[in-house]
Ligand binder design. Structure first.
Ligand code: SAH
Length: 351
């Protein structure tokens, strides 16, 4: 009976070195292959041109490389590119390249689908199928880095975990992927240029702080009033704002890293003065900045972007209280690549 071959990228460098020694080769060969897998982005053993053919065959007999495949690339009129990414088991996730004058940002997925139930998000309508492996997250970043070099003649500069899924519900794999992305043996990116966005899971935010991570944290707040927040993000009923606040205070005490709050203002939901006052109050607990995100409509009309005057009122109130606030315009809307629009619309297969 044939046993299933192991994904070679699940091995650490040491394990790979041990494998070669156990097979009568030099430990150094492990370093060489590791470099192919992680910094040279090899899709197959045949790519490893400085490794002997017999050795490549031996690897082929023992392992697989479960590399992602970019099935489809869609380009928006504003230069944003959306990749439909096929995983080794046929499931599909999406990742996005967002270019501006000065930077290229990769927006990557951490899960296939999502188990949370934010009413305004298209991904929430897909069942959570599974977590992504560290290498599947890494590959999305490497693919966008290559696209950035090709289309914009510059490497990727920033990464946001704002694609499909809740990164802190796939904690270990997200941390492992970031370790690889920031390692000189991977892409060598600075953790300061990476932002993990969470719907706000207090225990996991504390765990991040305890693990002494160096990347930035964004929290999808959307309301600083419990009743409103649990209406639009029903799961948050189990995670009251008092707990979220406490976890963020803990985060700041340990990391000294300012938190970003993501916030969409909707008509008839969080467009009152009490909503603004509650946000201002919440923003005083830890040093922070607020990104007011433009709403990207998903199919039904339940949610509508608030009037510009209300957004202005938010900005003025925040600024009066010395809180940095920015309005973030949507990118890639015409190809359903904007925040909350990732739902594998162009894929019948997968999720
Ligand atoms: N699960 C993580 C990351 C994915 S969502 C999180 O909740 O943070 C990335 C961001 O897009 C979040 O701030 C989310 O609240 C926001 N978002 C979701 N749907 C949206 C929509 N339709 N329009 C605008 N922003 C949306």
């Amino acid at each position: 009976m044939q046993t299933e071959k192991k994904d070679i990228r699940a091995l650490t460098k040491e394990q790979l070195r041990d494998f070669f020694v156990a097979n009568g080769d030099k430990a150094f060969r492990g370093n060489q292959v590791y470099e192919w897998l992680w910094s040279k982005n090899a899709h197959s053993f045949d790519d490893m041109t400085n490794v002997a053919k017999s050795t490549r065959q031996m690897l082929e007999d023992n392992f697989v490389i479960n590399h992602i495949h970019v099935d489809q690339m869609q380009q928006s009129s504003d230069g944003t590119v959306k990749n439909a990414v096929r995983l080794h088991d046929g499931l599909v996730v999406e990742s996005v390249l967002i270019p501006t004058e000065t930077r290229t940002t990769a927006c990557v997925s951490s899960q296939v689908g999502c188990s949370l139930d934010c009413n305004f998000c298209a991904t929430a309508r897909l069942k959570r199928m599974r977590n992504l492996n560290p290498d599947e997250i890494f590959d999305q970043v490497a693919a966008i880095d290559a696209e950035s070099r090709f289309y914009h003649n510059r490497p990727l500069s920033n990464i946001v975990f704002m694609g499909m899924g809740e990164p802190l519900m796939n904690y270990n794999n997200v941390i492992k992927a970031i370790d690889k992305i920031t390692s000189p043996e991977g892409l060598g990116m600075s953790p300061k240029r990476i932002t993990v966005s969470t719907s706000g899971l207090p225990k996991m935010i504390k765990k991040l702080a305890d693990d002494d991570v160096r990347f930035k944290l964004a929290v999808s707040l959307h309301s600083a009033i419990d009743e409103v927040r649990s209406r639009i993000m029903p799961f948050s009923e189990n995670f009251p704002l008092a707990d979220l606040r406490e976890s963020l205070e803990y985060w700041y005490k340990k990391t000294k890293s300012r938190v970003t709050y993501e916030y969409v203002v909707w008509k008839g939901i969080n467009d009152r003065k009490v909503d603004i006052d509650a946000l201002v109050k919440f923003c005083k607990y830890v040093p922070c900045k607020v990104n007011l995100i433009e709403y990207n409509p998903i199919d039904d009309g339940e949610f509508q972007q608030a009037d510009p005057e209300v957004i202005d009122a938010y900005i003025k109130a925040l600024e009066r209280n010395d809180i940095v606030a920015k309005v973030r315009r949507s990118r890639g809307k015409d190809i359903d690549a904007a925040c909350g629009q990732l739902a594998n619309k162009n894929e019948a297969a997968g999720v």
